[in-house]
Design a protein around this ligand. Structure first.
Ligand SMILES: Nc1ncnc2c1ncn2[C@@H]1O[C@H](COP(=O)(O)OP(=O)(O)OP(=O)(O)O)[C@@H](O)[C@H]1O
Ligand SMILES: [Mg+2]
Length: 253
């Protein structure tokens, strides 16, 4: 297991242009990852979860605030070095040109490290893609296959922090559960932290130790998963759980 380094997010603000006017999407977003953990990032659609994740992954810029990793500000890192450690996995996976194998090898080509073919095969098996022909054009895969291939591609890089953006959204139940199990196992084996955006409350409850809940244009709650589901601090948190449970058809325990 790798030595743990803290991620510190301080006072992040993001403004967006809406109908020719600058509006605050979120501000005062402050949080720390002080031990290897799986965080579920929850909130209604449009709160800025993906935007926050992309800022943490250095794929978007904040208007205010700072992020530090390993005690150094993000601005002191090259984006490439940062993204090797803090890796964003998108909801709609982007495949590189060429074959499945080429996509799997990208990371080693990029970082000039040997390609770990047996780990790639093992991970593909774990996410239910053992049947995949490695010579197939990656752009011809289905949405769910692309999502899982993108995840495997990111795991092969062995980042310290994975930023997961609704990565099981287009998966059938069995594949979704395989991915959840793999990521939980990977977390305990490798010590990789995960900030995992999901609208699936059962998934959040099953996989995460902490909840970051976005509402009211900020990160409103940062609590243990158990506490959040038992007693959200805010009225808006309570409403969110009620409405989301209704959506999922999940009844109170
Ligand atoms: N660069 C940008 N310029 C203008 N608007 C933006 C920009 N980035 C994000 N937005 C807007 O900010 C809002 C939040 O977007 P975001 O995708 O981060 O929300 P989300 O919480 O991930 O929602 P969902 O749960 O639906 O995925 C959206 O209305 C989006 O259109
Ligand atoms: Mg989103």
């Amino acid at each position: 297991m790798k030595e743990f380094s803290a991620l510190e997010i301080n006072g992040l603000r993001k403004n967006i242009l809406q109908q020719d006017e600058w509006k605050c999407l979120f501000s005062g977003v402050t949080a720390r990852l002080t031990e290897p953990s799986i965080i579920a990032l929850l909130g209604l659609s449009g709160q800025g979860k993906s935007t926050l994740l992309r800022i943490i992954g250095m794929l978007d810029a904040a208007d205010e605030g700072t992020i530090q990793y390993e005690g150094r500000l993000a601005s002191e890192w090259s984006p490439q070095a940062w993204r090797k450690k803090v890796c964003y996995v998108a909801q709609h996976a982007v495949m590189l040109e060429g074959s499945v194998e080429h996509n799997l090898q990208t990371v080693s080509l990029l970082h000039r490290t040997p390609f770990n073919e047996s780990l790639a095969a093992e991970l593909l098996r774990d996410v239910g893609l053992d049947y995949l022909d490695w010579n197939k054009k990656a752009s011809d895969l289905s949405g769910g296959e692309k999502q899982r291939l993108a995840l495997v591609r990111s795991l092969l890089m062995k980042p310290q922090i994975l930023l997961l953006d609704e990565i099981t959204a287009s998966l059938d139940l069995q594949s979704k559960q395989s991915v959840e199990q793999l990521l939980k196992l990977w977390h305990s084996k490798e010590g990789t932290s995960m900030i995992w955006v999901t609208h699936d409350l059962e998934q959040a409850r099953y996989t995460s130790q902490r909840i970051w809940f976005m509402a009211n244009h900020t990160l409103l709650e940062d609590r243990s998963t158990k506490d959040f589901f038992e007693r959200p601090d805010s009225e808006i948190g309570r409403q969110f759980l009620q409405v989301s449970k209704g959506d999922e058809g999940v009844s109170d325990e």
